[in-house]
Ligand binder design. Structure first.
Ligand code: ADP
Ligand code: MG
Length: 303
């Protein structure tokens, strides 16, 4: 497959207003998997808890500037806050006092689009920008949704989590109705998954049906799906943040590394297929469903 040399940026917000569902684990380890596959990746830590920063070994109390400066000062040069973590992986870290941003910025008209502008100023420096949203639907999450083209929803397959998805999709709909009409939900990532339980299987089946029933409707989740593989429950994934390492550095043989690498492979294959179609608009590829923003939910047939 031919992929163009210069690639557009795939901006993804990983969002779920519920805490403890696997957002940070997924953002960090998927970002690391993309970087290992040779894709320039920027991790953006939007959570004042700064777990993503800590997970890649960046102490939020030791940084001179962070995403907080981007939010406070529209003239701030975002590049000066970005730190290289490893080959192809950089981070725009968080700071704990960022929690005050909400009230400090309440009178600033452009507060929701400051992050978007800053990321736009990076041009195509990064192929992937992965935004780890906090467990709330406040300014920082909305800023992530305003800057993103896609939403990925990490979740655990419990019945109560389904209600949370409804609330989350309402928020996405509000954002597409105003600040970011192009935003699409790409799908759900199942975290700490236990496929052996009937309960989990039922929840996944409900989600599959829900997304299938949205096809062709004018909703931001019309291309969404439940991604496979699910990320299995794996204690190594819970251990590695305290060492400031990704799963690939901490336990490359663990199921967590295998699952995140496989999931990254699925996301990359979809993305590359979409870029190849864009590069070959005249050619043999016939898109049979509406093309999402690299959502990976497009189907094609080759003549
Ligand atoms: P969130 O960012 O949504 O609050 P985290 O990614 O921090 O969620 O995950 C919550 C907790 O669950 C963390 O302690 C994390 O290490 C752990 N965890 C996440 N995914 C898994 C998994 N697949 N297996 C085991 N533990 C996990
Ligand atoms: Mg988190």
């Amino acid at each position: 497959m031919t992929v163009p040399a210069t690639r557009p940026t795939r901006l993804i917000a990983l969002m779920n207003q519920k805490g403890g569902v696997g957002k940070t684990t997924t953002t960090v380890n998927l970002s690391a998997a993309f970087a290992r596959a040779g894709r320039r990746t920027l991790l953006v830590d939007l959570d004042p808890q700064a777990h993503a920063s800590l997970h890649v070994g960046v102490d939020p109390d030791g940084v001179e500037s962070s995403v907080y400066d981007v939010m406070l000062d529209p003239a701030f040069d975002v590049r000066s806050a970005i730190r290289v973590v490893s080959d192809n992986l950089s981070i725009l870290p968080a700071q704990t006092d960022m929690a005050a941003a909400e009230s400090e910025l309440s009178s600033e008209q452009d507060r929701f689009i400051r992050l978007r502008r800053a990321l736009e100023s990076l041009g195509d420096t990064y192929e992937f920008v992965m935004m780890d949203c906090p467990p709330s639907l406040g300014l920082l999450t909305i800023s992530g949704l305003a800057a993103a083209r896609e939403v990925l929803i990490p979740m655990q397959a419990h019945f109560l989590a389904l209600q949370g998805v409804g609330k989350l999709l309402e928020t996405v709909t509000l954002v597409t109705g105003g600040i970011n009409p192009r935003l699409l939900v790409s799908g759900v990532i199942l975290c700490a998954h236990d496929p052996g339980t009937m309960h989990a299987r039922e929840v996944v089946s409900d989600l599959d049906q829900f997304f299938d029933s949205a096809r062709g409707k004018q909703v931001p989740w019309r291309h969404a799906r439940v991604y496979r593989p699910a990320i299995r429950r794996n204690i190594k994934l819970a251990e590695c943040p305290s060492y400031g390492r990704t799963i690939f550095d901490y336990a490359p043989e663990a199921s967590g590394a295998v699952d995140y690498a496989a999931l990254a492979g699925v996301l990359l294959a979809d993305w590359d297929a979409m870029l190849a179609r864009q590069a070959d608009p005249s050619g043999t590829a016939v898109v049979v469903r509406e093309v999402g923003a690299g959502s990976g939910s497009t189907a094609e047939v080759r003549a």
